[in-house]
Each structure stands twice: as C-alpha cells, then as structure tokens.
Design a protein around this ligand. Structure first.
Ligand SMILES: *Cc1c(COP(=O)(O)O)cnc(C)c1O
Length: 411
C-alpha cells in the first residue's frame, strides 16, 4: 500500500474559513431573509481593468490563428513582460533588479510554498503572528515543524508578534533564524513597514546569514510616498531577500492568475559541504523542471497593466478599494471602535470592543448586523481580540455594512 506524507496530518484542517462558512450557513438557514454582507474574504470584487481584458482578447485571437499561434513559452516568463516589470516596478524606484532575476508564475501563493523546494530541511524558520496561513502550512507539509500546540502554534517555528504592543511592526528576533517570512503591507493587519524597519531586518539578516522572504502582494495600496514598495529599496537587500509580487490585488487577477518572484543573482545559500550556491540557479532549475510557464494570453493581460491606460485603470481600482477602507475606518472610529491599518492596505484591523474575543465579536456582528468579517485569532494567537474587515466589496455594501455597525454600536 502506498504510504502518505504524514506531515499533512499535523495540519489543523483549514479551520478558519470553513468555520466562518459553517456559522454563516447556520445563521442563514435560520434567517433565510437576512441580508448578509460579507466583508471577510481576501478576494477582489471589481472586474479586470479594460486594458487587461482587451489585451487578453487580442492574445486569444493570436492563439487561434496559425500565423500567430504559440506553444510552450519560456518557463521563466516572456522577456517582454519581465522587462516591463523590471523597469516599472523596480528600476523606476532605484532597485537594481534585472529582468533575468524575475520569474513569472501563476500565483504568489504557489511561489511562497514552492520556494521551499530549494531550501534544506534544517532551517530555523520565523513567521509573524498573526500570519498569512500559507507560510505556516507549507512548512508543516514540508516536515519543517512538529505538532501544533493548543494555541495553534507549531513546534519548531519562531513566531514574531505583530500587535498594538509593538506598533504593528514585526519584532526582530533575539535568536538566530535562517528564513524569515515578512508581508508588508500586511495581510491580515493592514500594517506597513517603514524603510527604517526594513533596514533593521536587512541588517539582522546580513549579520546572521538569514534570508528574508518578502511578500509584497499589497504594495500597490501604498499611498504614503515615504513607504518602500519593494524590499530592494533597502540597501543590502539584494544580498538577503527574495520578493514575491502578484497581479491579484493590484489588477484583479485573482481569477486570472499571474504573479512573479524576484531571486537576485548574487543571492546564495549553503550546501551541506559548506559551499555557497546561487539560489537563482536552483530556482531556475526548479521552475524549468516543475513548471511550464503562465499562459501567453494571461502574460499579455499582465503586460497591459504597464500600458498608459492600464496604469490609469489600476490606479483607479486601488483608489476605489482604498476609499472603501477609508469609509470603514471612519465609520468604525465614529462608532467608538479602535481600528488599525486600512490606509496603505485593503484591510482594516479592528480591536474588538469591550474586550470581546475575536469569535464573540464575529457572532455579534453576524447576529446583530448581518455583517461577516474574519476573526483575528484565526490568523494566529496574537490576533486574538482583533478582527479583519476587508475593503474588497462594492461601495453600496460597504456603506450599508458600516451603517448597520454604527447604528448598533453608537448607542
Ligand atoms: C492575495 C495574497 C497573495 C497573492 O496570491 P496569488 O496566489 O498571487 O493570488 C499573496 N500573499 C498574500 C499575503 C495575499 O493575501
């Protein structure tokens, strides 16, 4: 009989979103007419920018015509897309990143997990708490952890709290770790990292020979001109960081699928014989072997993000979600609820009122306001007492949800 990867048995069976779904379904079954508004899910709601849609249609026509048909593309992505990314996203911000260091993929979620293929099993790994669950679960699957304790923390991982106590910065560890996952602007807290904070991380990484896995999925939501969009804006980061980016949140590609990972060429890791090996070579080999590239059609769609029209349309898209976030922030604040994030990120991180637990506040919002959010405790122990509200929704839904909450809590 075939045996299985026992590490999968350590996973806490996708607890958060199924449990939300269960509670919402139970409530809806008892109250079939309840006008439930969901502000819980981290998915976009607006359609593709017209520039991207049109480019996808054109590319589809090319694929249907013998003269312009294309088969397999380069596993790393087409150079015309990688060139545009290098120029617009990195070189224009003073980052010395070359197109050859950019790998196009079908998602940052996959890349965050797949990157573990090129690392050893004996690394000490740090994640923030609360955290995007993908970083943790992929390490559990790879056998890099022990079992989960009652508070949900896995044995063997180093958890770095992000909370009001440290002003929502990722606390730099006192011990030496080898791999560190950072995500700024942060999901779920909506917190951002200043240049000084990232500089401190880069210094830590260089001092300890650590590698930072920097998830910049929400960089497009940064409006504050002083905040860095890329970790490569920090001096020395090219020697100690891999960066993940995605078209999911800036251009509505969650259902279209296109992302990228930057692996600088001079970045190295240690082999077991003590030699330094270029990570770029390993990732290139990994992608060439296990991946056959993103479809030509989708890459043309992503390329259109960098056209004049695409830039204007994605800017408008981001401004729309940020206005939602502003409404959420202002209305909740007016209702006497303390909020964080939501100014350079699509997530508002709410301190639950009256010391309610995350799940108690969830139930209260569902029952009294018919509004669904995400309990902060579902993202990690340090998220207890917090609640995530997403700005990904229609303006009408946001206004209506906030009206219900303020009506309920203002009194
Ligand atoms: C949405 C999101 C991504 C993007 O994932 P894709 O697979 O590219 O859609 C990456 N990281 C975080 C933290 C996210 O919330």
């Amino acid at each position: 009989m075939a045996t299985i990867n026992d590490n999968y048995l350590k996973l806490k069976a996708g607890y958060l979103f199924p449990e939300i779904g269960r509670r919402v379904s139970a409530y809806a079954a008892d109250n079939p007419d309840a006008p439930i508004i969901k502000l819980g899910i981290g998915d976009v709601t607006e359609p593709l920018p017209a520039a991207c849609r049109d480019a996808i249609i054109e590319a589809t026509k090319e694929m249907g015509d013998r003269a312009t048909f294309k088969g397999y593309g380069p596993e790393q992505g087409y150079l015309w897309l990688r060139d545009k990314i290098a120029q617009h996203d990195f070189q224009s911000r003073g980052c010395d990143i070359d197109a050859s260091e950019i790998f196009i993929s079908d998602g940052s979620k996959c890349d965050c997990g797949n990157i573990l293929d090129i690392f050893g099993d004996d690394n000490k790994i740090a994640v923030t708490d609360p955290v995007y669950p993908v970083y943790v679960d992929t390490n559990v699957m790879a056998g890099h952890t022990g079992d989960a304790a009652a508070d949900g923390k896995y044995e063997g991982l180093v958890y770095l709290p992000i909370s009001a106590d440290n002003d929502f910065t990722a606390q730099i560890p006192t011990e030496k770790v080898d791999l560190i996952y950072l995500c700024f602007p942060n999901n779920p807290t909506g917190a951002t990292a200043t240049k000084e904070h990232l500089q401190a991380w880069v210094e830590y990484a260089k001092q300890h020979g650590s590698l930072i896995l920097f998830d910049a999925a929400y960089e497009a939501f940064i409006t504050d001109p002083d905040l860095p969009h890329s970790i490569y804006e920090i001096e020395g980061a090219k020697d100690c960081a891999i960066e993940f980016r995605s078209f999911s949140k800036n251009a509505g590609f969650t259902g279209t699928r296109c992302a990228l990972t930057v692996v600088p060429k001079n970045l190295t890791g240690k082999a077991s014989d003590g030699s330094d090996v270029e990570l770029w070579k390993l990732w290139n080999r990994r992608q060439s072997t296990k991946f056959n590239g993103v479809s030509y059609i989708v890459q043309r769609g992503a390329e259109a993000v960098y056209s004049k029209a695409g830039q204007a349309q994605t800017k408008e898209l981001i401004a729309f979600y940020l206005e939602n976030a502003k409404i959420i922030r202002e209305q909740l604040t007016a209702a006497g609820i303390k909020v964080y994030g939501g100014t350079n990120a699509p997530y508002v991180w709410v301190k639950t009122p009256n010391g309610l637990s995350s799940w108690d506040f969830f139930d209260k919002l569902l029952l009294n306001c018919n509004v669904v959010g995400t309990p902060g405790s579902g993202f990690g122990a340090a998220g207890e007492g917090y609640f995530r509200i997403s700005a990904f929704n229609s303006r009408d839904n946001v206004n209506e949800a906030m009206k219900r909450i303020t009506d309920k809590f203002k009194a």
